[in-house]
Design a protein around this ligand. Structure first.
Ligand SMILES: Cc1cc2nc3c(=O)[nH]c(=O)nc-3n(C[C@H](O)[C@H](O)[C@H](O)COP(=O)(O)OP(=O)(O)OC[C@H]3O[C@@H](n4cnc5c(N)ncnc54)[C@H](O)[C@@H]3O)c2cc1C
Length: 300
């Protein structure tokens, strides 16, 4: 049987596409995901019966179509507004840095938003796609268990992983022109407040690009009670520690928090995202999905 569309990856991109196609009658759609559940980088990790968001920390809605999805999720409490007191690490220390953004988070953890998006979407989990090759009927998708033939394939894995699946296509140059940066993420625990130099309590802070990218308190997000803080290291730190031991990275980031922010925390764990974000921010709109069909190649 030839499937109309196979979607590879059930992260935000794959789920958005699956939801859009779901409304189109007569199309057979299959979503394949290598992990045990949906979400990808909308990730939350269970720790001591609680959870911490170890991927995206918040979302803003700049497109009315995404705002409509957020509104749906808000109406069933799968998403909530997060209003942290924002700070920024500068050469002069940590300063208060308010802005006008409306920030949304999954409720009560980020992956809950992915689970909301995945409702009613059949996802074949623990199916790692190994290759995608062009055949007469369209595309042959090979996983560890099976082979499928699809008229169209939507690939939403990070670009470096996508190019391993598509070694020889007309997309070769575009795929190899793209580079992702890594992020080491540490979950740390602290009951101490994070303070600016003039004593103001801060819930989340952007980094200086040197060692810190973003730091946020889980407790400041709606419906969370843990004393966990999530610390995303800056790309430079993450790259230079790429193959380091996770426990050592968590320990080092705690040291940096103490040294630069006078913030005392205990390391809990660290997670390495090899492909966290595009190196070229201008290509941010191209990181999600590439559409391939026989005879037509283009970006969405
Ligand atoms: C540390 C970090 C912090 C971030 N912070 C923010 C933030 O604050 N705000 C924000 O808006 N964005 C943030 N982002 C970015 C945001 O998380 C991503 O842009 C978004 O989640 C990407 O969704 P996606 O579906 O395109 O990719 P992914 O979420 O990466 O989804 C791809 C899916 O494909 C699956 N997959 C990969 N290979 C295969 C295969 N061979 N076979 C089957 N399945 C496969 C993966 O398991 C994954 O589920 C952050 C990302 C990271 C890593």
């Amino acid at each position: 049987m030839t499937i109309d569309v196979v979607i590879i990856g059930a992260g935000l991109s794959g789920l958005a596409i699956a939801r859009t196609l779901q409304g189109q009658t007569g199309l057979t759609v299959m979503t394949l995901e290598k992990s045990r559940g949906p979400g990808g980088r909308l990730a939350s990790k269970r720790i001591q019966e609680m959870r911490a968001d170890i991927g995206a920390q918040f979302m803003t809605a700049r497109d009315p179509r995404f705002q409509a999805v957020i509104d749906d999720a808000l109406s069933v409490n799968a998403v909530a507004v997060w209003s942290p007191v924002m700070g920024k690490l500068t050469a002069h220390g940590l300063v208060h840095s308010p802005d006008q953004h409306i920030r949304y988070v999954g409720n009560p953890y980020m992956n809950a938003f992915a689970r909301f998006l995945a409702e009613d979407i059949p996802i074949d989990t623990q199916q790692r796609v190994q290759s995608v090759t062009q055949v007469d009927a369209g595309w042959c998708i090979t996983t560890q268990d099976t082979q499928l033939i699809a008229r169209q394939v939507v690939l939403t894995s990070p670009v470096e992983q996508t190019r391993e699946l598509l070694p020889e296509t007309a997309l070769h140059d575009m795929l190899y022109g793209f580079q992702s940066l890594p992020t080491w993420t540490a979950v740390v625990e602290s009951s101490q407040p994070l303070l600016t130099d003039d004593g103001r309590v801060i819930n989340a802070a952007f980094g200086d690009g040197q060692w810190l990218d973003f730091l946020s308190s889980e407790q400041s997000k709606p419906n969370r009670t843990s004393a966990f803080w999530v610390c995303h290291a800056a790309p430079a730190f993450s790259q230079s520690h790429l193959e380091a031991d996770a426990a050592e990275v968590a320990r080092q980031l705690c040291e940096m928090l103490k040294q630069h922010l006078k913030f005392q925390a205990t390391p809990i764990l660290a997670h390495r995202w090899r492909f966290a974000r595009p190196a070229d921010a201008a290509r941010v709109a191209q990181k999600g999905a590439v559409q391939l069909a026989p005879g037509t190649v283009g970006l969405q």
